[in-house]
Design a protein around this ligand. Structure first.
Ligand SMILES: N[C@@H](CCC(=O)N[C@@H](CS)C(=O)NCC(=O)O)C(=O)O
Length: 311
């Protein structure tokens, strides 16, 4: 199998979710650090437009969104599992809640002025302004939730997480599952990246103790790599064969059509390509780029829109 290449940057919470899962499953990986804001020319040469963090690359296969990345990693290394049979549905639902509601409340809390000062300590004012403008454009200009509005929400969520940890080491039992990694990453940002506002975690010591257990999982075996190396890996590989059952049509869009796929919230940058698969759970686009060659870019169905490119 080709190397697992994670395109990410150290302060990305969603990337932290995947870094720990790679460590948990003991899958060795290569690390390519990408910019925190646009432009990201090397990344978008691979994805065709998608710019969020992280992205997983395996040769000429490019996987967008951590929900899909979790499924791919589970397929590669089924044990230890992220989806224990008895709690599979609930664990996915809690993950979705964590990646959406918990993440939004936590980040609104984290990005109050004291937290911003932590994150950008020593950075010039222009760096902060460029970051704020980039994220505001990703939200379509909508303001971020005020930290004062987020406070009670975040505290309630922390109490619910503490309730789930009552009498057990992880959210659904003795071992971590996908929900633990999803709930952990926004809280990790609070604790490690915005320590000035991390006092909010003190009211739930069970949560802090569980965070210690999650952190101890570590990132596994990581080797530094570069964007150029990643582009070369794509260029010199052929996308993996697609599964036989590749088509569940919900849109009246035939395979072979030129389509656009975009996230349905936050970060509207679409990817264009030829629709070569639309399974029950994911879409695959084939596209060719001067630097990356022919690649398959994969997206989960959940959270993404599919549109035909008008002729
Ligand atoms: N649903 C996506 C969300 C990813 C996401 O929003 N990541 C943040 C960073 S933690 C992001 O992309 N920020 C803008 C950027 O990095 O360009 C996933 O699960 O991968």
């Amino acid at each position: 199998m080709s190397d697992l290449i994670l395109h990410h940057y150290p302060t990305s919470p969603f990337a932290e979710k995947v870094r720990l899962i790679l460590g948990y499953k003991q899958l060795p990986w290569k690390s390519v650090v990408i910019p925190m804001i646009m432009p990201k020319p090397e990344l978008t040469a691979l994805t065709g437009g998608y710019r969020k963090t992280p992205v997983l690359q395996i040769g000429a296969d490019i996987y967008c969104d951590t929900a899909l990345i979790c499924d791919v990693l589970e397929h590669l290394a089924p044990t230890p599992t992220l989806y224990p049979d008895a709690v599979k549905g609930a664990a996915r639902i809690v993950s979705q809640w964590a990646d959406g509601a918990v993440f939004n409340a936590a980040m609104a809390w984290n990005f109050q002025p004291a937290g911003v000062a932590d994150v950008f300590a020593g950075a010039p004012a222009e760096t902060i302004q460029a970051f704020v403008a980039d994220r505001s454009a990703m939200r379509g200009g909508a303001p971020r939730m005020a930290s004062s509005d987020a406070a009670a929400t975040y505290k309630s969520y922390l109490r619910r997480i503490a309730n789930m940890l009552h009498g057990q080491d992880h959210l659904f039992g003795p071992q971590p599952c996908v929900a633990d990694f999803a709930v952990y990453h926004p809280l990790w940002f609070t604790l490690e990246r915005t320590p000035s506002v991390a006092g909010i975690l003190e009211a739930t010591p069970e949560v802090k103790a569980w965070m210690g257990r999650m952190k101890a999982i570590g990132y596994g075996t990581v080797v530094k790599s570069s964007a150029q190396e990643a582009l070369h890996a794509a260029q010199s590989s052929t996308p993996a064969a697609l599964a036989d059952e590749v088509f569940q049509d919900e849109h009246g869009i035939a395979l072979g059509s030129q389509v656009l796929i975009a996230a349905d919230t936050f970060g509207p940058e679409p990817t264009q390509g030829e629709l070569v698969a639309a399974t029950r759970t994911r879409y695959t686009l084939r596209r060719t780029d001067e630097r990356a060659g022919t690649v398959h870019v994969h997206f989960p169905r959940l959270g993404f829109t599919l549109k035909k490119v008008s002729a």
